[in-house]
Design a protein around this ligand. Structure first.
Ligand code: IMP
Length: 173
């Protein structure tokens, strides 16, 4: 039986999300068309759900599916889109919402891919970043927390598809 050591409590996460929501709302205060929030499946589903309710400018919600680790815990560097956006993003302000930036390869691939679709702007928001892994691969415009280089679970993040429903972020012991 595994135990999970909490590193970010539900309260800490919600407090930070409220701050991020304010920052994002201020940044996009003058947009003419709704901001397109793109959640990366599956890990960002809880973060996106909580974040969008703290954003005061009009938003549209999209999801994109990518294959990342499979059941392994090391990034392969190979990213494949398994489910694409449902609508074009040409001339739109787009904010990619990631659960975690580890090596940054997934976010970099998706941002590069989005740029080919000629959006008005494209930025990145991530709840978590492991700076020890993301060494200059990708700049995060709105970052929740920087964490040590440990495998974390909960609040959307899985360990072989399990533990996504934990309300906190923790390390499996
Ligand atoms: P990257 O491409 O190395 O930045 O990895 C990004 C993806 O890997 C994330 O969206 C997660 O799905 C997964 N991932 C990276 N680190 C962790 C972790 O510590 N726990 C759970 N999933 C992780």
């Amino acid at each position: 039986m595994h135990t999970v050591k909490v590193i970010l409590s539900s309260e800490q996460i919600q407090t930070r999300i409220a701050e991020l929501g304010k920052e994002i709302s201020a940044h996009y205060a003058s947009v003419k068309e709704p901001l397109v929030l793109v959640g990366v499946l599956k890990g960002s589903f809880l973060f996106l759900a909580d974040l969008c309710r703290k954003i005061s400018v009009p938003v549209e919600i999209e999801f994109i599916g990518v294959s990342s680790y499979g059941e392994a815990t090391e990034s392969s560097g190979v990213v494949q889109i398994t489910q694409d956006l449902t609508r074009p993003i040409e001339n739109r302000d787009v904010l990619l919402v990631e659960d975690i930036v580890d090596t940054g390869l997934t976010a970099k691939y998706l941002l590069d891919n989005f740029k080919t679709r000629e959006p008005k702007s494209v930025s990145l928001c991530a709840l978590l970043e492991k700076p020890a892994q993301n060494q200059g691969t990708i700049a995060i415009d709105f970052c929740g927390f920087q964490i040590p280089d440990q495998f974390v679970v909960g609040y959307g993040l899985d360990w072989a598809q399990k533990m996504r429903n934990l309300p906190y972020v923790g390390v499996v012991e």
